[in-house]
Design a protein around this ligand. Structure first.
Ligand SMILES: Nc1ncnc2c1ncn2[C@@H]1O[C@H](COP(=O)(O)OP(=O)(O)O)[C@@H](O)[C@H]1O
Ligand SMILES: CC(=O)OP(=O)(O)O
Ligand SMILES: [Mg+2]
Length: 399
């Protein structure tokens, strides 16, 4: 079975084509800056040099058209015809309370995703555009929606409710949903394999720290709490997002700086976090470099970032009455050894003992000492593979 995985952002399309017989990647790529006359298309075929083109790509439908043309191109392609794509798996960020599982896409599913646009105005509209465009271009294929929120639907009510008037939950579904669920689930399954223990017996804390960042408490394979909330703004400090702040700051700065709600929202989502505190960059590589070069603001940003992550890990150990392993994943978690070191240095009370040499290595591994009571793992995430597997499972169970 050939499965195409699509992740549509507001101005981008990420794609990956799998042959599910060996779970091998045939091709993958990225269309950036959709809507401009200088969109960039990067296409990679496994084993070959990446191919990059700059072109005018005005919308997602046109972008996907280009991608499909490349997949069947005589020299750059890997398929004879797009009819060879059996199924398409779509990343959908917000499934609200309607989905605790992935779902094959039909009119009802599209309607339910539309109903959650208010809860994820930045993420769900491009996801819907991607679904529409892919169904248009690949009408013969089965389409599946795999939700960031689904894995977190197991949280108990005392973890997902906010201490606000109950009517807000009843009327508007104001609650914690959590995100990056596909990634948290994937790394928790890999962790159980690495630890050679059944997932049902493990208490895990998974730190997905990339551009967006969230931490999840996973008990017996189920999400019991997570740091992102109704939207992906809550919780940890991120590249450009503030994470938790006192909510009273919002009306305060609106008044003092004469800002609109939209301006404050944009400030908290796009100009805060690492970039806001350091004034240098939202990219952890530059923050680490700046810290080594003696940039005080970069060092402060790094201290805040790791301090807040450590506090969340402590909170989740308390939530689960213990923890067997802490997992680091995503761009920062997989690559930034200094972030892992600073995060773990105040966790000795839990029984965390980092092996500095192992922590300096790259790739999948245990980075705690053999004596460490709590294991610390680095596990590269693979959301695309997880989406492809879910899509295959749904298609097979429907036939
Ligand atoms: N070698 C590295 N050292 C430190 N940080 C890194 C390194 N490589 C990537 N990163 C960080 O990972 C981030 C991107 O993570 P990623 O999981 O790819 O994000 P997303 O999928 O949300 O775009 C970058 O912004 C960068 O800060
Ligand atoms: C939900 C979310 O924050 O996703 P990303 O990390 O891709 O921005
Ligand atoms: Mg990501």
């Amino acid at each position: 079975m050939k499965v195409l995985v699509i992740n549509c952002g507001s101005s981008s399309i990420k794609y990956e084509l799998f042959d599910m017989a060996q779970e091998s990647v045939l091709a993958s790529g990225l269309v950036e800056r959709i809507g401009s006359d200088r969109s960039i298309l990067t296409h990679k075929v496994t084993g070959k040099e990446p191919w990059v083109e700059t072109a005018e790509i005005l919308d997602h439908r046109q972008g996907l058209n280009k991608v499909l043309a490349l997949l069947v191109d005589k020299t750059l392609g890997v398929l004879h015809s797009v009819d060879e794509v059996d199924a398409v798996g779509h990343r959908v960020v917000h499934g609200g309370e309607a989905f605790s599982q992935s779902a094959l896409i039909n009119t009802d599913v599209v309607r339910a995703i539309q109903a959650n646009v208010d809860l994820a105005p930045l993420h769900n509209p491009p996801n819907l555009l991607g679904i529409d465009a892919a169904r248009h271009h690949l009408p013969h294929a089965q389409h599946a929606a795999v939700f960031d929120t689904a894995f977190h639907q197991t949280m108990p009510d005392y973890a997902y409710l906010y201490a606000l008037p109950r009517v807000l939950y009843q009327k508007h579904k104001v609650r914690r949903y959590g995100f990056h669920g596909t990634s948290h689930q994937y790394v928790s399954e890999r962790a159980a394999e690495m630890l050679e223990k059944p997932l049902e017996e493990l208490k895990l804390i998974s730190c997905h720290i990339g551009n967006g960042a969230s931490c999840t408490a996973i008990q017996g394979g189920k999400s019991v709490d997570t740091s992102m909330g109704m939207t992906p703004l809550e919780g940890l400090m991120m590249g450009t997002r503030s994470g938790d702040i006192d909510p009273a700051i919002v009306p305060f700065i609106m008044a003092k700086e004469e800002l609109t709600l939209a301006e404050v929202n944009s400030m908290m989502n796009k100009h805060s976090g690492l970039i806001g505190v350091s004034g240098l960059s939202s990219d952890m590589r530059e923050i680490v470099e700046g810290t080594f070069e003696g940039n005080k603001q970069a060092k402060l940003a790094l201290e805040m970032y790791t301090y807040r992550l450590r506090k969340t890990i402590g909170a989740y150990a308390a939530a689960m009455d213990g923890v067997d392993a802490i997992i680091f994943t995503a761009g920062v978690g997989e690559n930034a050894s200094l972030v892992r070191e600073w995060t773990c240095r105040g966790l000795s009370y839990l029984g965390v003992e980092l092996d500095k040499e192992k922590n300096a290595n790259r790739g999948l591994q245990v980075i705690s000492t053999p004596e460490s009571r709590v294991k610390v793992l680095v596990i590269p995430t693979d959301e695309e593979l997880m989406i492809a597997r879910e899509t295959k499972r749904l298609v097979e169970s429907a036939s």
